[in-house]
Design a protein around this ligand. Structure first.
Ligand SMILES: Cc1cc2nc3c(=O)[nH]c(=O)nc-3n(C[C@H](O)[C@H](O)[C@H](O)COP(=O)(O)O)c2cc1C
Length: 186
């Protein structure tokens, strides 16, 4: 079965937005990818899922490295520009620079990184797997900068801030759960 873009089911997911930077046949480029996940601690691996038609897909295949700048709560415009057109047709880096967004050169990779992000991770490609209608690129972190900013959340096509924590169960409820776990221990 399909889970179509923009469908009720797809809108149940909540994600981060990775600002994925790359350099290759399309020059320096940036795109927005909500499918950006940490998938291993040691080594630190990040997977991004990129549609086949994207300039980023060709850039990463050629350059074998990519940058992940996790969009901060005040970077929704950066995400919209990065996700709003293709590096095949538009120099989105130039657009963003004109909007006042600053970049720095990756220390370990040949790609630009976005200043003001919640976190910047420079990645070297270790796996490229065709999964469904996207390419899964797995990158090993080779340089990490963590900043004192929250990452923006993406849900049902809108940007959100981290909100109220959900109440944890109280001691009595935790005790009864513990007892049930003991009762059903295999
Ligand atoms: C918030 C947001 C999240 C997105 N997430 C993804 C994603 O995870 N994977 C993907 O292939 N495209 C995603 N897109 C669409 C791409 O960013 C868009 O197609 C972009 O134009 C591709 O740029 P490129 O051709 O320069 O690589 C997203 C767009 C937005 C605005």
């Amino acid at each position: 079965m399909d889970i179509q873009w923009g469908s009720e089911g797809a809108h149940k997911f909540t994600t981060n937005v990775g600002l994925i930077t790359s350099n290759g046949p399309h020059g320096d480029n940036i795109m927005a990818a909500e499918w950006t996940h940490q998938i291993s601690y040691s080594p630190g691996l990040i997977m991004v899922n990129i549609g086949f038609d994207k300039a980023t897909e060709e850039n990463i295949k050629a350059g074998k490295e990519f940058g992940v700048s996790l969009a901060a709560e005040d970077q929704n415009v950066v995400s919209s520009v990065a996700g709003g057109s293709s590096g095949r047709e538009v120099d989105k880096i130039a657009v963003l620079k004109e909007l006042g967004v600053e970049f720095y050169k990756g220390k370990k990779i040949n790609a630009l990184m976005v200043k003001g992000a919640a976190m910047n991770v420079e990645c070297r490609l270790v796996e490229a797997i065709k999964l469904g209608d996207h390419m899964a690129f797995v990158g090993e972190a080779v340089e990490i900068e963590v900043h004192d900013k929250n990452a923006v959340l993406y849900h049902a096509g809108r940007y959100h801030k981290i909100g109220e924590p959900v109440q944890k169960p109280d001691d009595a409820e935790r005790e009864s759960i513990k007892n049930l776990v003991e009762k059903h221990r295999k």
